[in-house]
Design a protein around this ligand. Structure first.
Ligand code: CP
Length: 310
């Protein structure tokens, strides 16, 4: 594996291998001394052209805990603001001899394009509305810890599907792991062409959240991405919360064993109520915790290669 650009590029075996390695990486989080020698001498640049709390800090921790040298760059603080092109910027960083660039960019496909320009490894940390593969892997890790094998488990993915790169990566990843998926959204927030897509890829769609909730093992709530919405996708925030939000009333519709996930950041009171976010069955902070272990595993697979000691 040279790059992590899309879940589409990963086989079932590669996904299992990343998740298995993450299990041993998670032990490091609970040690007094959080340090492995695995990536000593390796250099990683986190290059974020969009804001991030979880992804950027967990990739930075993942690199540091494996003894890599890590540097953070943002679009605003780089020479891009002086007119330098993305190509010249990443060629400049590559020429310094870095081993891996973690990149988040608002344009779908930007990490793939960058991977064609440079010699180092590239990790897609979220590109436009296309993919967020490390998020899907950490979600799968969290659910695998909960349920073991995900074969036949029913996952409802709910909310702003049109603008969600998390949806696309999770759909691909969970299908590869054998989960059954239902997408739930208002008609205005269902991606166009979803009918032919769902037929081909074997998942269901619904506009009726109340009908789906009693049948799920997992309800994955997605953020309403107001920053990507130019027009009115729903009449009011209140109407969205009433129709598609995971409200206290809807918590009672879930089976006893079902869990709640959300990739964050959350809009409390819009797609998810505080009662749901903080419920005993919420796995939202477990996802954050898994994010470091899974990203350690991703860096290990890209930079340390098979057979290196953890
Ligand atoms: N889930 C996620 O990508 O969060 P951040 O934007 O905080 O990285």
């Amino acid at each position: 594996m040279k790059h992590l650009l899309s879940i589409e590029d990963l086989s079932r075996e590669e996904i299992d291998s990343i998740l298995d390695t993450a299990v041993s990486m998670q032990d490091v989080q609970h040690r007094d001394v959080k340090k492995l020698p695995t990536l000593r001498g390796r250099t990683i640049i986190n290059f974020f052209f969009e804001d991030s709390t979880r992804t950027r800090s967990s990739f930075e921790l993942a690199g540091k805990w494996m003894s890599a040298d890590t540097i953070n760059l943002s679009g605003k603080g780089s020479s891009l603001s002086k007119g330098e092109s993305l190509r010249d910027t990443v060629l400049t960083v590559d020429a310094m001899g870095v081993d891996l660039i973690v990149i988040r960019h608002p344009a779908s496909g930007a990490p793939k394009q960058v991977a064609e320009w440079v010699n180092c490894s590239i990790v897609n940390a979220g590109d436009g509305t296309h993919e967020h593969p490390s998020q899907a892997l950490l979600d799968a890790y969290t659910l695998r810890r909960e349920f073991g094998d995900l074969q036949g488990r029913h996952v409802a993915i709910v909310g702003d599907l049109t603008h969600s790169r998390v949806l696309r990566s999770n759909l691909l990843c969970l299908r590869k792991l054998g989960a059954r998926i239902t997408l739930v959204a208002p008609p205005t927030l269902m991606p166009s062409g979803i009918a032919s897509w769902s037929e081909r890829d074997g998942f269901a769609t619904s506009h009726d959240l109340d009908a789906v909730l009693p049948t799920v093992d997992v309800v994955m709530m997605l953020r309403v991405q107001r920053e990507r919405m130019a027009g009115g996708y729903f009449p009011t925030a209140r109407e969205y919360a009433v129709t598609y939000g995971l409200s206290p009333r809807r918590l009672d519709l879930l089976p006893d064993h079902a869990v709640i996930t959300h990739p964050g950041p959350m809009n409390r009171g819009l797609e998810i109520s505080a009662d749901a976010a903080d419920a005993v069955r919420s796995r939202i902070l477990d996802q954050v915790s898994a994010g470091v272990a899974v990203r350690m595993s991703i860096l290990y697979h890209l930079l340390a290669g098979e057979g290196s000691a953890t």
